[in-house]
Design a protein around this ligand. Structure first.
Ligand code: NAD
Length: 331
């Protein structure tokens, strides 16, 4: 069994790759893992074992079709994580998001189709649905993305769907809520606030802090992805929900408490342009069809995550020094 993981040096892709290499998915203990990653500012080779007899690391761009046509044949599955993933960056420059997320996904689907790859999972996000004041989105909801990031992910979802419909590629699309956990880049909300507080810096909270997101531990997300890979149906979309929604204010208060910091460490900053108010997923499809349910409750997962950042300054301090400490918070 050979699995190609694109974006496997990023936060979620590396968690999935490490779990496979650690034998954490039953029946896949012998799986060979190829990671294809461009190592953008968000990719970090140190997120993966330096050497492992079942790991091959390839530095390259998912937009490079000749490279993909060389690499993809012989793999039994592709799990496609690679993307530009930070909403705030997409507000300053959307072109790279369209290039990588739309163009790159098209190249990955094309290479999988031409290589006869038996199974593909395209990893997407709840942000493609837009913003919802009450209730929750099912997979049937129309895509109404608001940020350039979300629009580029919506485009990538439709590209994946077109390869399923037109070419019969066995590809499923997943749409997950916000993830948290170890190895997440310090530009994203929870690591940014945690590492700021651990460094004695203020945390920049957008607007009135009422924006609500569902938070799912990266381990639950990766377990759901593996269920979709092994049991999901091609051509289908699966929402991967994270349970209760939390406002940015609540997240901030919890992090202040876990880091032992005072409320005066919060600095209000102007709201993000076009900031979506609330995301909420109806994930009854994946629960009923594939038996998924999250296992890590938020209070425990968040405390473990803060502890990981406390214990691993050598991982995050270089990223912080590269300039992420003052950036506004993520979605
Ligand atoms: P990340 O930014 O941490 O990692 C992205 C990885 O992709 C990096 O290693 C980067 O080097 C690589 N990459 C970027 N452009 C590339 C290119 N052109 N070619 C090859 N590699 C490239 O992102 P993440 O948080 O791990 O997200 C992974 C996927 O999950 C993304 O598709 C994202 O849209 C989706 N997702 C993320 C979340 C979340 O909360 N983080 C939630 C739902 C869905």
């Amino acid at each position: 069994m050979r699995i190609l993981v694109t974006g496997g040096a990023g936060f979620i892709g590396s968690h999935y790759a490490r779990t496979l290499l650690d034998g954490g998915h039953a029946g896949f203990e012998d799986a060979h893992v190829t990671v294809l990653d461009k190592l953008t500012y968000a990719g970090n080779r140190a997120n993966l074992p330096a050497a492992h007899d079942r790991l091959e690391f390839v530095q390259g761009d998912i937009c490079d079709l000749p490279l993909l046509l060389d690499l993809v044949p012989g793999h039994d599955a592709v799990v496609h994580f690679a993307a530009e993933s930070h909403v705030d960056r997409s507000l300053d420059g959307a072109a790279e998001f369209v290039r990588t997320n739309v163009g790159g996904t098209q190249a990955v689907m094309e290479a999988a189709y031409r290589s006869g790859t038996p199974r593909v999972v395209h990893v997407s996000t709840d942000e493609v649905y837009g913003s919802i004041d009450e209730g929750a989105w099912t997979e049937e909801r129309p895509l109404l993305p608001n940020s350039p990031y979300a629009a580029s992910k919506a485009g990538s979802d439709l590209i994946a769907r077109s390869y399923a419909r037109t070419h019969g590629l066995d590809v499923s699309v997943t749409r997950c809520s916000n993830n948290y956990g170890p190895y997440q880049h310090v530009e994203k909300l929870i690591p940014l606030f945690t590492t700021n507080l651990l460094s004695g810096l203020e945390v920049p909270l957008y607007g009135d802090g009422r924006n609500v997101r569902e938070w799912l531990h990266v381990e639950d997300h990766c377990r759901a992805l593996h269920l979709v890979l092994t049991k999901g149906r091609g051509g289908e979309v699966y929402n991967i929900g994270g349970g209760d929604g939390r406002s940015n204010t609540e997240i901030t208060e919890r992090l202040l408490q876990l880091c032992g910091a005072a409320p005066s460490m919060v600095r209000r900053v102007a709201d993000r342009k076009g900031h979506d108010l609330r995301y909420a997923l109806d994930d009854s499809k994946i629960r009923a069809e594939l038996g998924y349910e999250p296992r890590i409750d938020f209070a425990t997962g968040l405390a473990d995550t803060v502890r990981w950042y406390q214990d691993n300054p050598r991982w995050w301090k270089p990223l912080k020094d590269a300039g992420a400490e003052g950036a506004p918070c993520a979605s």
